[in-house]
Design a protein around this ligand. Structure first.
Ligand SMILES: [Zn+2]
Length: 154
């Protein structure tokens, strides 16, 4: 049976399959994400390359693709939807300048013993950032410290 090339849009990569000529133009499920991938013609194939039998794309930057995300190594064991590089927790969003300024301000209050949490417990300067990120800061003498509802404001 001849080998045909298929392009998975989801993974942004190609794979090859051995199939009978009569089925060659039917879409093939991608070996990584199992979505149907259409066959690509030799003209489009010229824009791609393979390595180690995994979908790759030119320009070759030494990376592989998993669920459309770049990873440095192909998944060799474990379940196909659990690549360690793709499923690792996302880094915390950066705080904006305004939020950092608020934290600095609250740290100063905490140093002077003027900052309390919702329950009236005094907050240490070293705890300010953690509590700010959890949305738990109260400034002494005000009913509520005006926090943005979620995440950095821009
Ligand atoms: Zn795929």
């Amino acid at each position: 049976m001849p080998i045909y090339e298929y392009y998975c849009k989801n993974c942004d990569g190609i794979f090859e399959e051995r199939r009978p000529v009569s089925e060659a133009s039917e879409p093939m499920p991608c070996p990584v994400c199992y979505k149907d991938a259409p066959r690509i013609m030799p003209t489009s194939f010229a824009a791609f390359t393979f390595r180690d039998g995994y979908p790759r794309r030119i320009p070759d930057d030494g990376k592989y693709y998993h669920f459309g995300q770049k990873v440095s190594k192909p998944l060799t064991r474990g379940r196909p939807n659990e690549h360690p590089e793709v499923n690792k927790p996302k880094p915390k969003p950066k705080l904006s300048k305004g939020e950092l300024a608020e934290i600095r301000e609250m740290r100063e209050l905490a140093k002077r013993g003027e900052l309390t949490d919702l329950y009236g417990n005094y907050v240490k300067p070293s705890e300010v950032r953690k509590m700010y990120e959890a949305g738990r800061i109260l400034k002494k003498g005000t009913p509520k410290y005006g926090l943005p509802p979620e995440g950095p404001s821009s």
